[in-house]
Design a protein around this ligand. Structure first.
Ligand SMILES: Nc1ncnc2c1ncn2[C@@H]1O[C@H](COP(=O)(O)OP(=O)(O)O)[C@@H](O)[C@H]1O
Ligand SMILES: [Mg+2]
Length: 322
């Protein structure tokens, strides 16, 4: 423990403290996740969380940021995500306005010696050296999540959430690997930006494709599974504390059984919470077959799965869950 993190809050000194940090924010973590988180913070390595949708991956990053009292910077990944959206881009419109203004008042490039200053209008394509230096300065830089995370405005290293990395393509992953290797970004026109204190990085993947070995090797990896019934009840108690006890027990038993079925998309924790809230909105204190039938759309989002449940599935699950 030679390298103490900067305030606002020090990182948890043990696995138990890592679990407690998450629990303190209402996130119910087991010792496996606690260990992965602890090691990721201790060793300064990104935490790579994989698991089905709705099992609580994204929430780990949000909870960590809140628990450490650090800002959260989120990079939501999608197909076609590029450097301009992920790291930085030049504010082209602002650059043009600046160039036009400089042309208009004749004040451009007072010390320009290159001799290109007095050309016709087309020289906006080839502005003099000083003007070029102007418009490629920080004032004209649009900072996207990766750059903001390495060089935060308030100087406090944030939690950087790189969410659903499996949605991007491999070239982007390679670029990310470079950034995560030395926590720096090179901007050709400006120079290299290096993080004084690296951000805490949490990467999530729904595993629609495999993340590359090279990137995985840099990370502490943890698979978040669907919770056991006991843990799911704890989560429910934490997130929907006013849910009637019997309803919670029945909902969890039901959902756990549904997850055993051959479904296109099994319900995650998010759906358990949503369903409980929906049943409460209908003033239900217990789960009955008829209401279960009517509200299944909160739990299952694919017509095939809903049909499967309609054709005797609810009876089967209710019977097994009782
Ligand atoms: N272990 C947990 N403790 C508390 N809340 C949880 C837990 N797991 C999931 N949740 C809740 O479930 C919802 C979905 O979680 P999210 O992180 O968005 O899932 P994912 O990113 O895996 O799709 C969130 O509202 C989150 O608060
Ligand atoms: Mg998510």
């Amino acid at each position: 423990m030679t390298r103490r993190p900067q305030p606002p809050r020090s990182r948890p000194p043990s696995v138990d403290d890592a679990v407690a940090l998450l629990r303190g924010q209402g996130y119910v973590a087991d010792v496996g996740l606690g260990t992965a988180l602890f090691l990721s913070l201790e060793l300064g390595r990104p935490l790579l969380l994989e698991g089905e949708a709705g099992v609580g991956k994204t929430e780990v990053a949000k909870t960590l940021a809140a628990g450490l009292g650090r800002p959260l910077i989120r990079l939501q990944c999608y197909e076609g995500l590029d450097l301009a959206s992920a790291a930085y881009e030049w504010n082209y419109a602002k650059q043009m306005i600046h160039i036009r203004a400089a042309e208009g008042d004749g004040s451009r490039a007072p010390g320009a010696s290159a001799g290109a200053a007095d050309g016709p209008r087309t020289d906006t394509d080839n502005p003099p050296a000083d003007l070029a230096r102007d418009v490629f300065s920080e004032d004209f830089l649009i900072r996207r999540p990766l750059l903001s995370a390495l060089d935060p405005a308030d100087g406090v290293a944030p939690v950087l959430l790189i969410d659903e990395l499996d949605r991007t393509d491999e070239p982007f992953e390679a670029y990310l690997l470079e950034i995560l290797s030395d926590f720096q970004i090179t901007i050709p026109e400006l120079g290299t930006v290096t993080a004084t204190e690296p951000p805490h990085v949490v990467i999530t993947s729904n595993r629609t494709r495999e993340i590359h070995d090279a990137l995985k090797r840099r990370c502490i990896y943890h698979w978040i599974d669907y919770p056991t019934a006991a843990r799911e009840l704890e989560i429910l108690a934490s997130r929907v504390p006013d849910a009637p006890e019997q309803l919670s027990t029945q909902v969890v038993a039901f959902v756990q059984k549904v997850r055993e079925l051959e479904l296109f998309k099994r319900p995650g924790v998010a759906e358990t919470l949503d369903w409980t809230r929906a049943l409460m909105a209908l003033d239900r204190h217990t789960l009955d077959r008829e209401t279960a039938h009517r509200t299944l759309g909160v739990l299952l989002k694919y017509q095939d799965d809903l049909e499967r449940m309609a054709e005797g599935g609810v009876e089967e699950v209710m019977a097994a869950a009782e």
